[in-house]
Design a protein around this ligand. Structure first.
Ligand code: SF4
Length: 115
């Protein structure tokens, strides 16, 4: 093999390898995207529930709860449909995921939206 032929063969091999790496990388991205899709539901995990707005001591009516919820127009109920972080630094459950009906607990404070 001449130097010219060797160089050409080397360039072809590198080009082929680059394509293979690009495909592998694309495959990795594809798998990552799938994995990300699998995580889309995190934070959910509970069926939508209705909690009496007057219920004290549970996360769904607590000002520190970070779950998905809304107050009924008459303010008599809270509709909650996810797990939620406890954002009360005084609570033993601080920074943990809590069910809407978790409790009762002393560190509960009434959610302002219910006043
Ligand atoms: S764990 Fe306690 S303080 Fe934290 S959100 Fe639930 S009721 Fe509130």
């Amino acid at each position: 093999m001449t130097d010219t032929n060797f160089s050409q063969a080397r360039r072809n091999w590198i080009a082929g390898s680059s394509a293979a790496y690009a495909l592998a990388a694309a495959g990795g991205l594809s798998r990552s995207a799938s994995a990300a899709d699998d995580h889309k539901g995190h934070g959910k995990g509970v069926a939508a529930i209705m909690v009496d707005a007057g219920r004290e001591g549970v996360c769904a009516t607590c000002r520190y709860w970070g779950g998905t919820r809304r107050v009924a127009e008459d303010k008599k109920s809270v509709y909650a449909e996810s797990l939620g972080w406890c954002n009360n630094s005084e609570s033993p459950h601080f920074l943990s995921m809590r069910q809407p009906e978790a409790g009762p607990m002393k560190m509960w404070r009434k959610w302002e939206a219910l006043s």
